[in-house]
Write a protein that binds this ligand. Structure first.
Ligand code: ADP
Length: 220
């Protein structure tokens, strides 16, 4: 499903954020990518989501080589992805429900079907009773759950979450991880980055560890 082969990412200043990284993630796996701050986790996620391109090497997602992808093909590729990135902003002047409806508006679903799907997504993250609230009224953990609902409303086959539990207390983080686990259990491929994978090791058979841009280890 995701195949990275000798991926290198060099930024203009000459710094190599990733150095010859190779791994395979098969459909339905749940994988954590871990490493200290600056190890290259966010860079790897931007490459996987085709936000940036590798300097060398290839990344194949669903049979498509992202390095060779035409720009106009990217929106189609993204339909396979649910992205939960740290800089993804919620719309604070819209209701919780409207935030989840937004990605569906682009797909052009009939309003009734869109509302049904949005509520199903909110239900999965435990926010159904908050649909009329505005995000500002939600706690940090609830806002993160809203971001997850928005990411899954199009029923993506792959969920990519960059540090989804950063800035959350342990209880809220555990709730978020349970939500990801539930998606994994129904067959969604889940890739999560975190600078602290130790305490979540019991959730996943696989942890990929980055150190200064290199993949230094894999534990099961
Ligand atoms: P992590 O997510 O593990 O904290 P990052 O992928 O954000 O690591 O960063 C890896 C390295 O690449 C860091 O040294 C960082 O400063 C550098 N880096 C990340 N993004 C850019 C960029 N857009 N331009 C230049 N350097 C970058």
């Amino acid at each position: 499903m995701i195949s990275a082969s000798a991926v290198t990412k060099r930024y203009p200043e000459g710094l190599e954020a990733l150095k010859g990284v190779s791994f395979e993630i098969t459909a339905g796996e749940m994988v954590f990518i871990t490493g200290r701050s600056g190890a290259g986790k966010s860079t790897l996620f931007r490459l996987l989501a085709a936000i940036e391109r590798p300097t060398a090497g290839s990344i194949v997602v669903n049979g498509q080589n992202l390095a060779a992808l035409r720009n106009r093909a990217i929106p189609y590729l993204r339909r396979h992805f649910g992205l939960i990135f740290q800089d993804q902003k919620l719309l604070f002047d819209r209701s919780v429900l409207d935030n989840v409806l937004l990605p569906l508006a682009i797909v052009g679903l009939p309003p009734k079907e869109a509302a049904r799907r949005a509520r199903a997504a909110l239900d999965k993250v435990g926010l159904l009773d908050r649909e009329k609230a505005h995000p500002i009224a939600l706690s940090g953990g609830e806002q993160q759950r809203l971001a997850i609902a928005r990411a899954v409303v199009n029923r993506p086959a792959i969920l990519l979450a960059d540090e989804p539990t950063a800035n959350l207390d342990a209880d809220s983080a555990a709730v978020i991880l349970e939500i990801f686990r539930a998606f994994h259990q129904v067959g969604v491929t889940v890739v999560i980055s975190t600078h602290d994978a130790q305490w979540m090791a019991h959730l996943s058979p696989r942890i990929l560890r980055l150190e200064q841009g290199r993949l230094v280890g894999e534990s099961a």
